[in-house]
Write a protein that binds this ligand. Structure first.
Ligand code: HEC
Length: 137
């Protein structure tokens, strides 16, 4: 019985620290300096589209240093500074408004990777929402 109570207490403590940790990381984004590294949230529905249509070129393991260097979705978790995050979010909505991503050449080969209007809107709304929160609008 005693052993069990000990285990239960550990689980509660771990869970509690985890919750406090995520609470403080989220809080931090509002009060951090522009040069501090931050994490932003990408909801599952947005991430599903990104996974399918963007992530292949824009991730840590991407073979193309050009696309990875310009935008890396992995870096939205503790990889970009607050100012970089704000600027990349702005570029995402700008490029999607102009239908510039995925690149035209790539879409000739993989037309099914074209963003639908709904998908584009979902990503733009997410990017704009996050950007406005970060700049305090
Ligand atoms: C086939 C590979 C490929 C796919 C798929 C792709 N991109 Fe790109 N992306 C690139 C390349 C290459 C560049 C750099 C273009 C340049 O600098 O001329 C780029 C640049 C960008 C930039 C500009 C970043 C900056 O700071 O200038 C944004 C924003 C972007 N992509 C968003 C997206 C989004 C959103 C998607 C999915 C809808 C996507 N990309 C899908 C290859 C890709």
């Amino acid at each position: 019985m005693k052993k069990r109570a000990g285990l239960f207490t550990s689980i509660v403590l771990v869970a509690f620290s985890y919750i406090m940790l995520s609470y403080t990381t989220e809080k931090n984004n509002e009060n951090t300096d522009l040069t501090d590294t931050i994490s932003i949230d990408i909801p599952n529905d947005v991430m599903a589209i990104i996974d399918n249509k963007c992530y292949g070129c824009h991730n840590n393991e991407s073979k193309s240093s050009k696309s990875k260097g310009k935008l890396n979705f992995d870096k939205f978790k503790d990889g970009y500074s607050k100012s970089k995050t704000i600027s990349k979010l702005g570029k995402i909505s700008k490029d999607l408004h102009k239908n510039e991503m995925p690149p035209e050449k790539f879409l000739v080969k993989y037309p099914d990777k074209t963003l639908t209007a709904d998908e584009s809107k979902l990503i733009i709304d997410w990017a704009e929402g996050q950007r406005k929160t970060l700049i305090g609008e």
